[in-house]
Design a binder for this molecule. Structure first.
Ligand code: FAD
Length: 413
């Protein structure tokens, strides 16, 4: 008798879910795969939404992870406009908002995250937007242009990327940040100061330590932002970039262990052995730092897709990676490797004034993280140093006349 093949159901047709479906076929998994997404389009790249695509340098087709035909050709059942409302881990089935039910053998939750909508009066006015989906980005692109005034609520990387893209269209941009500096949650003060100055030199205005009291609107259309100190800033549009929440609700209701992210192991398996969770929605172990962490990046989505695909097909798990991500603003290419957990010192290599430098975060004499601006060798070799936990000489590391190769090798040329 022929053994039946397990049905893999993936909830979330985003970067992680779409990659997993493709990897399963690449790893010669021959069972049925159903990829379910609530958005109307197949899996796509989100990073360009605040960068190349917003600036008009990339078209809609180039956003797609794979062409639409790929899914049928690879026998991947792609369900779009379909939202899973509930997971029943005992009956091994998922139910949809419309009442339909689908059985699974292996379930993968890849539901990503959603942008936070702060509870500010009149935040539902037209022209106030989040930026998470292609539809959000379409709306922003249609609203903003030369001479328009955009207010961005939140000085994080997405807000800064939108500001850079929109300045290129000759629109005015004001960034509002409630902390006393931008990038407070994700970057150190040197980097924050560098980015702020770079943006200011290109016409962006910052209001730091400010509180948004309410939005002004006329006939339902946003006309301005009222700050806590009573000042009003007129505008044509607002982008809210105030952080994201993991879409873990269905997992919590199903009784899976969660802690601001679905908890998984190194195979991306949740507390239920038949259910995996990958991408932004999961909180995973990071062996090089010996901790659990939730990451919001494409490389993380790809890594966990590999972990889950390997576990489902019985392959060897991928080697542990050094996490990384990037941000593009104007002519700046920033690459970040690692996280500065327990870092106790900082080495600056290069010249922030020249927009070519790297910040190395060290714990003792080991590199924990590197943030590199227009400095690919610092990023690549820094990533290597983080991975191999090799001690580094901080005097040599700080000296750009000594190549990164020599710094890593620990000898003079
Ligand atoms: P997503 O890609 O968000 O996919 C999740 C999908 O699941 C979504 O389509 C969602 O609609 C769907 N879904 C959710 N719940 C359900 C449900 N119940 N039923 C059915 N479907 C559901 N990362 C970088 O590394 N570098 C960058 O420069 C960068 N720039 C970014 C710029 C922007 C504007 C944005 C929004 C993100 C950016 N990111 C960047 C982050 C990166 O895109 C995410 O980390 C990545 O998309 C995560 O993949 P994911 O599959 O976990 O989630």
């Amino acid at each position: 008798m022929q053994e039946s093949k397990p049905h893999v159901v993936i909830i979330g047709a985003g970067h992680a879910g779409g990659t997993l479906a493709a990897l399963l076929r690449q790893y010669e998994f021959t069972g049925p795969i159903t990829l379910i997404g609530e958005e109307p389009i197949p899996p796509y790249h989100r990073p360009p939404l605040s960068k190349a695509w917003l600036k008009g340098e990339a078209d809609a087709e180039s956003l797609a992870l794979k062409p639409l035909e790929f899914y049928a050709e690879n026998n991947i059942d792609l369900w779009l406009n379909a939202r899973v409302a509930r997971v029943d881990p005992v009956g091994k089935k998922v139910s949809f908002l419309n009442g339909n039910i689908l059985a699974y053998d292996i379930l993968v939750i890849a539901t990503g995250s959603r942008a936070i909508y702060p509870p500010i009066p009149r935040a539902d006015s037209r022209g106030i937007m989040l930026l998470r989906t292609a539809a959000d980005a379409e709306q922003l692109k249609a609203t903003i242009g030369a001479g328009k005034r955009l207010v961005i609520v939140g000085g994080g990387y997405i807000g800064l990327e939108v500001a850079a893209s929109v300045r290129g269209m000759d629109a005015e941009v004001v960034i509002l940040e409630r902390e006393e500096r931008i990038l407070k949650r994700v970057a150190n003060p040197i980097l924050a100061k560098f980015f702020q100055s770079y943006h200011e030199a290109r016409g962006v205005t910052f209001e730091l330590g400010c509180h948004v009291a309410s939005f002004g609107s006329e006939n339902g259309q946003v006309t301005g932002v009222w700050l806590g100190d009573g000042r009003g800033l007129p505008c044509d549009a607002v982008v809210i970039g105030a952080g994201i929440h993991p879409n873990e609700d269905i997992a919590k209701e199903a009784g899976l262990e969660c802690d601001h992210g679905i908890l998984v192991d190194l195979e991306a398996r949740t507390s239920d052995p038949n259910i995996f969770a990958i991408g932004d929605v999961s909180r995973r172990p990071m062996p090089i730092y010996d901790c659990m962490f939730r990451m919001e990046s494409v490389p993380n989505a790809l890594e966990q897709a590999k972990q889950a695909a390997a576990a489902i097909t019985g392959r060897q798990a991928p080697m542990g990676e050094v996490p990384w991500q990037w941000s593009d603003q104007y002519d700046l290419k920033m690459q970040i490797a690692g996280y500065p957990f327990e870092a106790d010192s900082l080495v600056v290599r290069g010249d922030p004034q020249a927009a070519k430098f790297a910040l190395f975060h060290l714990k003792g004499d080991q590199v924990q993280a590197v943030e590199a601006i227009n400095s690919p060798p610092e990023f690549m070799m820094g990533r290597q140093l983080i991975g191999n936990r090799k001690a580094v000489d901080r005097i040599r590391l700080a000296d750009p006349s000594i190549s990164m190769k020599e710094v890593v090798a620990g000898r003079d040329a």
